[in-house]
Design a protein around this ligand. Structure first.
Ligand code: FES
Length: 114
């Protein structure tokens, strides 16, 4: 695991996620107030992007079939998803968001909110 910057807290959307790709891993980053959570950007049901889902407080709704996930724990709260998604540690320092990503590659992509 290695820490990578995924941008500024102020630039994160509040009603959806931001997709970042670190090496081979897509990560969905969510702002909940002044906290930030990061989970795998791959729904455990049928591989949709959770970063593209709508965020309600600390819950995101998968845009494909509507399963709801807790963005802090990665656990599914509703069907049809039944398996959790990976959770990545996040640290916010001086307004910049760092995710503890699974490898040392650089952020390659940042497109969910564009
Ligand atoms: S792909 Fe997410 S609920 Fe089906």
């Amino acid at each position: 695991m290695s820490e990578v910057s995924v941008g500024l807290l102020a630039d994160l959307p509040v009603d959806t996620g931001r997709r970042v790709v670190v090496g081979e891993t897509a990560i969905a980053v969510f702002r909940v107030g002044d906290e930030v959570h990061a989970i795998a950007d791959l729904c455990s049901h049928a591989e949709a992007s959770l970063a593209e889902g709508e965020l309600f407080d600390d819950e995101v709704e998968c845009p494909r079939h509507g399963a709801v996930f807790d963005v802090a724990t990665g656990k599914p709260l509703t069907l049809p998803a039944t398996k959790p998604v990976a959770v990545y540690a996040v640290d916010v320092r001086n307004g910049e968001v760092f995710v503890d990503a699974p490898d040392e590659a650089q952020v390659q992509e940042d497109q969910a909110d564009e």
